[in-house]
Design a binder for this molecule. Structure first.
Ligand SMILES: [Zn+2]
Length: 280
């Protein structure tokens, strides 16, 4: 009998685009800029979607020569939160709408803001809040991406509030549904909204034994190879502590995919959305 050793696909070794990164105020003391950039560098992260509470952390990343030296391209998003209290009120708070307009007008040292978010809706009905509606329409009109941490009913509600009813809306679904809607439901939403993309941090059901992709998810990623991206979601400091492990985890399951699909999800999908090329 021929014994075939278990073959483990090699990890993905190409560049990574961290499409869900926060550099919040409480991270900046224990994890100064040089430190977070070193973590990205050691992880092969060459570009990031940066947003922070408040927006100063994003501006710091965007303006520092250290970022350029680390070879990291910053794609800045406007965060809707000045502080923790804004999480539960942004969708009806006119002062948030005004802050977003002012930040968009100001831009960053790395160029214009390219998106809005991450924002949260803990109750999907708040997608119909006055400010949520205005921001969704604004995003589509200005060709801004939206990074939204919401459940699947809220995807339909947010999309309904855009001029194209979601047909031209660049919504990045944080965690592709942190509550774990079924693969069939994700598939249905991806079919309904052609520019909807899924970011995969914390996604329940994605990784199975040994950190490999679960079969259903592998099939979904292969069905929509241009629609997924990875992210660290450094929402608390512990995520900075484990940043390199998180990225190693992505590299492990990306290695289960055909190399071109791994590169798309790890890098290309986000890079082409924002027109980012790797700096030498
Ligand atoms: Zn987040």
């Amino acid at each position: 009998m021929l014994c075939v050793p278990a073959v483990r696909a090699a990890d993905y070794t190409g560049p990574l685009f961290d499409a869900h990164l926060h550099y919040n105020v409480e991270a900046q003391g224990p994890y100064p800029l040089a430190d977070v950039l070193a973590r990205m560098q050691r992880s092969g992260v060459r570009a990031i979607v940066a947003n922070s509470r408040p927006n100063d952390g994003t501006k710091l990343l965007a303006s520092s020569p250290l970022t350029r030296q680390a070879g990291v391209t910053v794609v800045p998003f406007v965060r809707l939160y000045r502080d923790r209290a804004d999480y539960d009120n942004w969708f009806r708070d006119e002062s948030i709408h005004e802050m977003v307009l002012a930040e968009l007008a100001r831009g960053t040292a790395a160029g214009a803001f390219r998106g809005i978010g991450e924002f949260h809706l803990y109750d999907s009905r708040n997608a119909n809040g006055a400010v949520a509606k205005k921001l969704m329409a604004l995003a589509e009109q200005r060709d801004l991406a939206v990074l939204a941490h919401v459940d699947d009913p809220a995807i339909d509600l947010l999309m309904a509030n855009t001029p194209s009813r979601g047909q031209k809306t660049r919504l990045i679904w944080a965690h592709t549904g942190i509550g774990g809607p079924s693969v069939a439901r994700v598939d249905q939403l991806f079919a309904r909204y052609p520019l909807l993309m899924g970011e995969l941090s914390y996604r329940p059901g994605l990784a199975c034994e040994g950190g490999k992709l679960c079969a259903q998810w592998r099939d979904l990623l292969l069905k929509y190879p241009s629609r997924f991206m990875i992210g660290s979601d450094t929402w608390v400091n512990q995520r900075w502590e484990s940043y390199e492990d998180l990225m190693r985890g992505y590299r492990a399951w990306l290695g289960d995919l055909p190399p071109d699909v791994a590169r798309r999800i790890g890098w290309e999908n986000a890079a082409s959305l924002f027109g980012v090329t790797i700096r030498p």
